[in-house]
Design a protein around this ligand. Structure first.
Ligand code: SF4
Length: 355
């Protein structure tokens, strides 16, 4: 049975506070071979480090915290002095949990699960946030970059085929520095940048040659809907499209190894929402016309009424089977050829339900 993100989070919340300790203990085990190792494939950050250029990137990234514009909120605060902006984060990451996750897209899971590291806080703060106890309430432990590097190495020792960085936007500089430390101590699996899409173009450009797999959301296509539901951010559709186009320019369409495990490329998520507020038809057309019809696209059906969504009548219910079926039909009409397997299976289930 597929494990949903919600179910996974429920389990995580039930054991909050023990997971960091659990992850540390498992570091003693012998590492299974990384999925990518057999073919001589190397993650992008390792090549940059071997060229002596990763340290410079880490310095550039940290300097961005002096006048923070890592995301389009452009708070301009000096996070190195402890000031905080919309994301409520100073100069260190807050980690809620890390562990293998089997509910992610199949190419990310492999045999041992995607190596998720859940970061606390977020700069977007959607009213329907499906991760709100972590993203809005900031639960977790403050970790320095050395400790974050240890967590990455622990995830690799668990046999995970990637480091899945969940909500990384506001702590990108910490991720780059930790990646450098971890690479020097044996990290060899690709970074998966699992972002809500509200990233500044400058931040994504700095990650060129560091991140192999981008896993962004594109939540809304319309400024008014984004302003209403995505933390008062009418610029979300435009800035997210710009950032995602840059991600695609860097890594292209998804490439997997001989076992179907992701090595490099863009994997795009879109959550279907009630009453067409997510702009799914515009989304699939934009992907096909601006990126590539071969883009890996996960059209997701699991919208739940979470956080403050019940206060907004248009999104205060789950989606219907017909809303998901029309979304998948639009994807077909747009010519998208690489739809997520679980979304295709979900379409079959809904088809049977509506007859
Ligand atoms: S990352 Fe945080 S402090 Fe920086 S611009 Fe975004 S919300 Fe503001």
């Amino acid at each position: 049975m597929a494990i949903t993100r919600r179910g996974f989070l429920g389990g995580v919340l039930a054991t909050a506070g023990t997971l960091l300790i659990g992850g540390r203990a498992r570091a003693e085990a012998d590492p299974p071979p990384p999925a990518a190792a057999a073919g001589g494939w190397q993650p992008a950050y390792l090549q940059l480090e071997q060229q002596g250029r990763l340290a410079e990137r880490a310095e550039q990234a940290r300097a961005m915290l002096q006048h923070c514009e890592l995301c389009p909120r452009r708070c301009g605060v000096n996070r190195l002095r402890g000031e905080t902006g919309v994301c409520r984060t100073a100069d260190k990451a807050v980690v809620f949990s890390f562990q293998p996750h089997f509910g992610e897209e199949i190419p990310l899971v492999g045999r041992h699960g995607s190596g998720t590291i859940f970061f606390s806080n977020c700069s977007l703060r959607c009213v329907f946030c499906q991760n709100w106890p972590i993203a809005h309430e900031g639960r977790g432990s403050v970790v320095d970059d050395q400790r974050l590097a240890e967590i990455m190495l622990n995830v690799q020792r668990m046999g995970c085929p990637n480091i899945n960085l969940v909500t990384p936007t506001h702590i990108m500089p910490n991720i780059v520095q930790a990646t450098r430390i971890a690479a020097d101590n044996g990290l060899r699996i690709p970074l998966c940048y699992n972002t809500g899409g509200y990233d500044s173009l400058a931040a994504i450009q700095l990650l060129d040659g560091i991140v192999d797999i981008y896993l962004p959301d594109l939540k809304f296509m319309d400024a008014a809907e984004a302003e209403r539901y995505a933390g008062g951010a009418p610029d979300y559709p435009a800035t997210a499209r710009q950032a995602i186009a840059e991600m695609h320019r860097q890594v292209g369409d998804l490439i997997t190894d001989e076992r179907g495990v992701a090595l490099r490329g863009l994997m795009l998520r879109h959550l279907v929402m009630p009453n067409r507020v997510a702009g799914t038809r515009e989304f699939v057309d934009w992907v096909a016309n601006t990126l590539s019809p071969a883009t890996y696209v996960n059209i997701m059906s699991q919208y739940r009424v979470e956080h403050r969504a019940f206060e907004y009548p248009q999104i205060a219910r789950a989606i219907t089977a017909n809303e998901f079926l029309e979304a998948m039909e639009w994807a077909d009409q747009a010519g998208l050829t690489n739809l997520d397997q679980r979304s295709v299976m979900q379409r079959e289930l809904f088809r049977q339900r509506v007859g």
